[in-house]
Design a protein around this ligand. Structure first.
Ligand SMILES: [Zn+2]
Length: 135
C-alpha cells in the first residue's frame, strides 16, 4: 500500500459496521477528528466541532460511569428471557456516552454515578449490545 492510500484510508469516516465489529471484539473504537481531536459517537461524516472531514480512529479505555438508567421489565421479544434488566447511559472517561446493558449487578444496587467498565457485547445477536459491568 502506498503512503497516499494509507492516508486516504485513515481520513475516511467510520461505518456503524466497523463500530459494531469493535464492540463484538471487546473494543470501543470511535472516530476521532484529525483536525481538532473531537470524538464522534455515533460516526459522522463532518466534525460537529470544526467541520473537518478527516477522521482517524481511537480505542477508548473502557471506563465510565452511569449517568442515567432504567429497568426494562417488558422487553422486545428477542430479550424476553433476560428481563428484568438494566439499560444505562454510561459516560466514558473520554467524555462520550453510550447506551448499553448493565450486567453483573443486582437491579436494586444500580445508582447514577456508579463506576462501570465496558465488557463487550451482552449477546451474540447482530447488531451486538454494548455491555457494562460495575468496576
Ligand atoms: Zn474537528
Amino acid at each position: 500500500m502506498s503512503a497516499g492510500a494509507a492516508t486516504a484510508d485513515a481520513a475516511r469516516g467510520m461505518t456503524i459496521r466497523e463500530f459494531f465489529d469493535g464492540v463484538r471484539e471487546g473494543r470501543l473504537v470511535v472516530q476521532r477528528c484529525e483536525a481538532c481531536g473531537a470524538l464522534a459517537v455515533p460516526p459522522k461524516a463532518v466534525c460537529p466541532s470544526c467541520e473537518s472531514i478527516r477522521w482517524g480512529r481511537t480505542t477508548l479505555d473502557g471506563d465510565g460511569e452511569i449517568t442515567s438508567y432504567t429497568v426494562i421489565r417488558v422487553p422486545p421479544a428477542q430479550f424476553a428471557a433476560e428481563a428484568p434488566y438494566v439499560v444505562a447511559v454510561a459516560r466514558m472517561t473520554e467524555g462520550v456516552s453510550f447506551l448499553g446493558r448493565l450486567t453483573g449487578t443486582p437491579i436494586d444496587g444500580v445508582q447514577v454515578g456508579m463506576p462501570v467498565r465496558f465488557v463487550g457485547s451482552s449477546t451474540n445477536a447482530d447488531p451486538p449490545v454494548i455491555a457494562f459491568r460495575p468496576r
